[in-house]
Design a protein around this ligand. Structure first.
Ligand code: ATP
Ligand code: SF4
Ligand code: MG
Length: 373
């Protein structure tokens, strides 16, 4: 496998995406915001695979879309290959977008069922003036299909004639038609049978090698991301709480939320499986429309301290080279000076009309139990 370079291809700096919540008969009143992405810094190097994980609703897809400027960020900047995209619009942005493509979770809903594979694949090429005549385009499409493991006869077929895994191959081929540098793959295998997932992941890896691609792979399944990623970022309620190389993150997760997520992944070794720490996070994610003050994880954190946790939002800080963690007490937890404890359920209420700044803490009560044999 080729090592990724250390030159960033895409960088996001303090990016925020806040969706207004509208009320009133003609939806003219903004009563609050969904803080879907709320201050994320990250950078992905050329040729690298960055895995982004977190519970449903934590803002992964919104971050991925904002990175490609498919959603206009509320604040923050995006730099792609050294060019600031923040104020870029119109034709310039469209030209830049060719280099950044998205692969979606559900190939069926992202492929128009009335179009043949050939016409689906040509569409993007035409939009970017890459269709240079029947012969050369035909040759290119056949080569692309072969790269994604499909026969050239697929060109004349329609999406419904393929299996889920084959449709995802078509979705990937479609992204590749415009010769992108960056692919944001949003849950690329979650809709597929487990037996097919590994094949598609392996295909993504092969294509990265063949075409020198850079990936942001979004998944809620840590196992998927571990295999494919050079580095992994963990999101919680609109923020990045931990980031490290894949090996580091799995060997020594430092943020309590990452520890809880990882403790839910079974390990194949039965002896290890018996001994390992299990942290059960009970209760749902608080609402991103009214995130807890201070550390956003404090309502569910088994290591929560009386000091700082519910008043100061912890910044993402580098605790050792390449390993960033957003927890005030990360070193104390790592070195065993602070131990996990049970979390008392918090009673909470939802009030949309409360102004954002003094909104009541929302989100369901949560109880956390730590089993530490
Ligand atoms: N267009 C929108 N308007 C309003 N709220 C939105 C919009 N898109 C997303 N949201 C909200 O923003 C939050 C983050 O959503 P997002 O889809 O980014 O999460 P996710 O991590 O990708 O979740 P999942 O794992 O379920 O795909 C959610 O609360 C969602 O309801
Ligand atoms: S800052 Fe406090 S509440 Fe947040 S993860 Fe660290 S210990 Fe838990
Ligand atoms: Mg999503």
């Amino acid at each position: 496998m080729t090592e990724p370079s250390t030159v960033p291809l895409v960088e996001v700096d303090d990016i925020k995406v806040h969706f207004p919540i509208k009320r009133g008969v003609i939806l003219d009143r903004t009563v609050g915001h969904v803080y879907a992405v709320d201050g994320v810094d990250l950078s992905i190097n050329q040729g690298e695979t960055y895995g982004l994980v977190g519970e449903s609703g934590c803002g992964k897809s919104t971050l991925g879309r904002a990175m490609l400027k498919l959603i206009e960020p509320t604040a923050g900047s995006i730099t792609f290959d050294g060019v600031d995209l923040s104020s870029m619009k119109g034709e310039k942005l469209r030209t830049m977008r060719r280099r950044m493509q998205m692969v979606f979770q559900d190939p069926m809903s992202s492929l128009d069922p009335r179009q043949s594979v050939e016409s689906l694949l040509i569409e993007g090429m035409r939009a970017h003036d890459l269709d240079k005549g029947k012969e050369s385009t035909g040759k290119r499409l056949r080569e692309l299909l072969s790269s994604v493991g499909l026969p050239s006869t697929a060109l004349r077929k329609y999406p419904h004639e393929f299996s889920g895994g084959q449709r995802q191959r078509i979705g990937i081929a479609r992204a590749l038609t415009v010769e992108p540098d960056l692919i944001v793959a949003d849950e690329p295998v979650s809709a597929l049978d487990v037996s097919v997932q590994a094949q598609v992941i392996n295909l993504l890896e092969d294509l990265q090698e063949e075409f020198g691609l850079t990936y942001l792979v979004i998944a809620h399944d840590l196992a998927v991301v571990r295999h494919i990623s050079d580095r992994v970022g963990v999101m919680y309620l609109g923020g990045l709480v931990e980031e490290a190389t894949s090996d580091d993150l799995y060997a020594e997760p430092l943020h309590p939320y990452t520890r809880a997520l990882l403790s839910a992944v079974p390990v194949p070794d039965p002896a290890l499986e018996d001994r390992r720490e299990r942290i059960l996070l009970v209760g749902d994610l608080p609402s991103p429309a009214n995130p807890p003050k201070g550390c956003r994880f404090h309502t569910r954190c088994p290591w929560k301290q009386a000091e700082k946790c519910d008043t100061e939002r912890p910044p993402l800080r580098e605790i050792r080279p390449g390993h960033r963690v957003a927890c005030h007490w990360a070193e104390d937890i790592r070195d065993g000076r602070i131990r996990a404890h049970e979390v008392k359920p918090e009673s909470v209420e939802m009030d949309w009309d409360t102004p954002d700044d003094d909104a009541t803490l929302t989100g369901p009560a949560s109880v956390t139990e730590t089993l530490n044999p």
